[in-house]
Design a binder for this molecule. Structure first.
Ligand SMILES: [Zn+2]
Length: 161
C-alpha cells in the first residue's frame, strides 16, 4: 500500500472531526521556521494548535530565499509579527558538506543542483546567524526574532542567545 493511500484513509477519519471555519491569519501572529526532521512534532513541541502559527519547514530549518518569501507573505499578507527558529540536536544538516551533498545528487541524476545546500558546522552558531539574517532582512517588518535548539532525545527546547 502506498503511503498516500494510508494517508487518504487516515484523512477520512480526520475529516469527521476537523474543526474547519478558521481564519487564515494565525491566531497567535507568529511564524515558526523549523527543520523538516521527522522526529519533531512542531505543534506539540511548542504548544501550538492548528490555526495558531505559520510553520515553515525545510532541511535544517535554515533561512533560504524561499524562507524569506514565506516570512514576507506571513507578515505582510497574514499579519504575523514574531518569528521563532527551531533547529535541533543530531540534525542531518550539521556537518553536511555542500560539495559532498551536491556530488551525491549529481551522481544519481547527472545534474548538479545550482542551489546552496546550507549545511552548517555548529547548530547554535547557525541559529545565531539565522536570527541576525532575519533581523537584518529589509522585507520583514519585525525584528522580533528568537532562536532555539530542540533536543530530540530529551524533548527540551532551549533558547539560543
Ligand atoms: Zn534537522
Amino acid at each position: 500500500m502506498a503511503e498516500v493511500d494510508r494517508m487518504l484513509a487516515a484523512n477520512a477519519r480526520w475529516a469527521q472531526q476537523s474543526p474547519g471555519g478558521q481564519p487564515a491569519r494565525p491566531a497567535r501572529a507568529v511564524a515558526v521556521v523549523a527543520c523538516m526532521d521527522a522526529r519533531m512534532d512542531v505543534y506539540r513541541i511548542l504548544g501550538l494548535e492548528p490555526g495558531d502559527a505559520h510553520v515553515i519547514r525545510n532541511a535544517g530549518g535554515v533561512v533560504t530565499a524561499d524562507t524569506l518569501r514565506s516570512l514576507a507573505i506571513s507578515q505582510h499578507v497574514l499579519g504575523t509579527r514574531e518569528v521563532v527558529l527551531v533547529h535541533h540536536t543530531r540534525c542531518g544538516m550539521e556537518g553536511a558538506e555542500d560539495a559532498a551533498v551536491l556530488d551525491v545528487v549529481e551522481r544519481a541524476t547527472g545534474v548538479r543542483p545550482d542551489w546552496p545546500v546550507q549545511g552548517f558546522a555548529d547548530v547554535e552558531e547557525d541559529v545565531r546567524e539565522s536570527v541576525r539574517t532575519l533581523r537584518a532582512c529589509p522585507y520583514l517588518v519585525s525584528s522580533d526574532v528568537r532562536g532555539t535548539v530542540y533536543d530530540v532525545d530529551t524533548g527540551v527546547l532551549r533558547e539560543v542567545r
